[in-house]
Design a protein around this ligand. Sequence first.
Ligand code: NAD
Ligand SMILES: O=C(O)C(=O)C[C@@H](O)[C@H](O)[C@H](O)COP(=O)(O)O
Ligand code: ZN
Length: 358
Amino acid sequence: MSATRITVRGESPYEVVIGTGVLEELPGLLGEKVRTVAVVHDEALPEIAGPVCKALEEAGYTACPLPVPSGEAAKEIGVLAGLWSDFARLGVTRSDAVVGVGGGATTDLAGFAAASWLRGVRAVLVPTTLLGMVDAAVGGKTGINIAEGKNLVGAFHPPSGVLCELSALATMPHQDYISGLAEVIKAGFIADPKILELVEADPAGAASPTGTHTRELVERAVRVKAEVVSADLRESGLREILNYGHTLGHAIEKAEDYRFRHGHAVAIGMVYAAELARLTGRLDAATVERHRTVLTSVGLPTGYRADAWPALREGMRVDKKARGATLRLVVLDGLARPGRLEGPADELLAAAYKEIAE
Ligand SMILES: NC(=O)c1ccc[n+]([C@@H]2O[C@H](COP(=O)([O-])OP(=O)(O)OC[C@H]3O[C@@H](n4cnc5c(N)ncnc54)[C@H](O)[C@@H]3O)[C@@H](O)[C@H]2O)c1
Ligand SMILES: O=C(O)C(=O)C[C@@H](O)[C@H](O)[C@H](O)COP(=O)(O)O
Ligand SMILES: [Zn+2]
C-alpha cells in the first residue's frame, strides 16, 4: 500500500508520511542544503537508528548517531546539555539538521535540542512508537521535564517532516503501545468519534500493532492533530483541546517522578475531566461511562490512589493552560464538543477526584 501524506499547514508547511517501507523518503524531507545530520536516537533502538543512518549516508549526508537514554530519562537538562556539546564537536551548523528517532520522549528532546541549537536548526522526526506517530512528533511542541513539572521547559519548533514507519511498531512492548492508544482515544473523544467506534468494535485489535484497523487509527489520529495544529500552532485557543486529560495526567506523572507512562496518566486524566463535566451539567453519565469502558477494554487505567489528591491538586497548578491562579481544564460539552472549565472551585475538583479515587 502506498504511503499516506498528511500536510500540516502553517508558516512552513510539512508532511507527515505514514506507511510501511517509507524510510527511503527521509532524504526528501531533509532538503538538499543539509550536509551533517545529528541522529538523536533512543539508545535501545540501534536496529532502527542503524537503517536510518544508512539511508542518510547512501543519500550523501554525513550521519552522526547520538544515542540518548530510553524513555523519560531522555527529557532531562543533563542529556540536553550533552547533545549541545555533541553538536559543537560535530560542527552542526544552521544549514545542517537533527533527526530524532524514537518515542515521544526522544523526539521531544531531539526537537528541543534542534530548537535551542544556534537558535534553531532543522529537525526531521522518525517516531517509533504509536504515541510518537499520532501525537508527539506532529505539531512542534518540544521540551524537557524538571522536578517542578512536566514539559515546563521547551519551545514550539515544528519539524520539517515526520516519517511514520509503521513496521517499527511491531517490536513495541504492549504497555507502551496502549499508552499511545490513550492519545488515539483522546482524539476520538475530542474530535473523531469514529475512532471510538473502531476501538469498541475490536479492542484487542486496537491494542495491537497488527490489528485490522491499526493504520486507519494512526491516520485518523494524525489528521485530528494536524488539523488542530495547522489552525493554532502556539496554543492560543483551539490547540488546548489536545490537552484533554493532561491537567491531572501531568500531575500524576510528576507525582510518580516521571516513572508512570504518559498515556496511562492521560487515560486517568480523561476520566477525571469527564467526571468534572458531568458534575457541572455538561456531559451525560453515559458518555462518562463510555470513557471508562473504552479505556478499560484496551487495558488502560481509569482511577488512581485516593491518598494522592493533595499532591495532585498541587501539581495541577503548573498546568500551562492556567492563567495566573486560575486553573483552566479542557472538558467536553458533549462528544467531540470540547469546551473549557475556567477557575473551578477546589470543592468541585475534589468531588470529581472522589469519583476516580481507588
Ligand atoms: N510533543 C508533543 O506534542 C507530545 C505529545 C504527546 C506526548 N508527548 C510526550 O511523549 C512522551 C511519551 O512518548 P512514548 O509513549 O512514545 O514513550 P517513550 O519515548 O518513553 O518510549 C516508550 C518505551 O518504548 C521504547 N520504544 C520506542 N520505540 C520502540 C520500538 N519501536 N520498539 C520497541 N521499543 C520501543 C522506548 O525505548 C521506551 O522504553 C512523554 O514524554 C510525553 O510527554 C509529547
Ligand atoms: O500537542 C499538544 O498541544 C498537546 O497538548 C498534545 C499532548 O498529548 C502532549 O502530551 C503535549 O506534550 C502536552 O503539552 P503541554 O503543553 O501540556 O506540556
Ligand atoms: Zn499527551
